[in-house]
Design a protein around this ligand. Structure first.
Ligand code: NAD
Ligand code: ZN
Length: 356
């Protein structure tokens, strides 16, 4: 067993462990065996991740006494659909999976969201293990229990809250990430610094590729844990995790989803930082510092869409409740507040962040 493992506990209704370390895909069977008797593991990956990591993962589960059934689907957001979900669930049924068995998501956020959702509906719910292989999945989507697929009308419109049974994060897998996918995850990681941890933010300012080490990932997950605990279904403090996400979802939508989520979050955070300074929410000037950091990671810090286009797109955002929406307003690095705004105010707010 690998020596350097960090273990965190996510204190949701049914608490679960997150194990973070290097080389953990080789230990995943032993780790899971700490939590459950041998059963069938339905191992899901996309066609990019499967050739890289499925074999070693399947072998590790088998060596610990689990029976492994493999499932592969085509990679990319375009396949996070009800059709892919149905194929997955049909395969679970054909494989004779029972409620004693486990679905395991080996991959990025698409694999995690899809597999988590399938696990939540198959036989009214079976256990799900998340094995994130992107920085984004590691610091964000694998923890917290949000699962979904996309509909033609919008992203993540069909889904569930389904907390994982365990999360096993092997940071060695980040070595094979394309630079743009790596950077997408850093956008979400920087978000935690802006939310509540100036020291983490400063650490990113001295960051170079390869520094997404286990302790840094673990710090990000522990911050997410603080916001999810006690608000699993996103009605209270969990909303802070949407920093930058109202403009980000609008940017993604306006681009026909050509702009990736992490890139949109980067541009969205800078927009909110500029808004905050111009509308006097900010307690200090920090938007240039934020933009400089994100630009260094190769992330966008600006959007070409107009405030009108973005606010129109945001009107159909599922985070909206009636005619108001809660914005996360950054006031400084490490300090954010929730601000309820009327939908009709949104264009003016975006305008302030886009201008000049
Ligand atoms: N559930 C949540 O709380 C939550 C939070 C944030 C984002 N998300 C969702 O996550 C998705 C984005 O996640 P993502 O950026 O991980 O996307 P992704 O899963 O599509 O992965 C990006 C690309 O990287 C490839 N890849 C994954 N791991 C790799 C590795 N180790 N080496 C080489 N290539 C690898 C994938 O095949 C894919 O082509 C979106 O659908 C978003 O809605 C969910
Ligand atoms: Zn996000």
């Amino acid at each position: 067993m690998n020596g350097g493992i960090t273990e965190l506990t996510i204190r949701t209704g049914s608490p679960y462990p997150v194990w973070v370390g290097d080389g953990l895909l080789r230990d995943c069977g032993e780790l899971l065996a700490r939590r459950t008797a041998p059963c069938t593991v339905f191992l899901v990956s996309d066609d990019v991740v499967a050739p890289l990591y499925m074999e070693r993962t399947a072998q590790a589960f088998a060596a610990a006494g689990f029976t492994v059934v493999r499932h592969m689907f085509p990679h990319g957001e375009a396949h996070k659909t009800p059709e892919t979900l149905m194929q997955l669930v049909e395969h679970m049924a054909q494989a004779g999976l029972t409620r004693a068995d486990i679905a395991a998501a080996l991959g990025g956020g698409v694999t995690g969201d899809l597999t988590g959702f399938a696990a939540s509906v198959y036989q009214r719910g079976i256990r799900c293990v998340q094995l994130p292989t992107t920085v984004l999945a590691a610091v964000d989507s694998s923890v917290g229990g949000k699962t979904a697929v996309d509909l033609p009308a919008g992203k993540n419109l069909m889904g569930s809250f389904w907390q994982p049974f365990a999360v096993i994060c092997d940071c060695e897998t980040f070595a094979t990430l394309p630079p743009a996918v790596y950077a997408d995850g850093l956008a979400e990681a920087v978000k935690y610094g802006v939310l509540c941890d100036p020291a983490l933010f400063a650490r990113f300012e001295g960051f170079s590729r390869g520094d997404a080490t286990a302790d840094l990932i673990a710090r990000c997950i522990s911050i997410k844990e603080q916001y999810v605990t006690g608000d699993e279904t996103d009605h209270g403090k969990r909303q802070f995790l949407n920093l930058g996400h109202t403009p980000a979802h609008a940017i993604e939508k306006c681009s026909g989803y050509a702009v990736s989520h992490g890139s949109a979050v980067a541009a969205g955070m800078v927009l909110m930082a500029r808004t905050s300074e111009r509308l006097d929410y900010a307690s200090e000037a920090f938007s240039d510092r934020l933009a400089a950091l994100l630009a260094r990671f190769g992330l966008p810090t600006h959007t070409d869409f107009t405030a009108r286009e973005l606010s129109d797109a945001a009107v159909s955002d599922k985070k909206r409740r009636g005619d108001t929406l809660t914005l996360v307003m950054p006031r400084a690095i490490g300090d954010c507040v929730l601000v309820p705004v009327k939908m009709e105010e949104l264009e003016r707010i975006f305008e302030a962040g886009i201008d000049g």
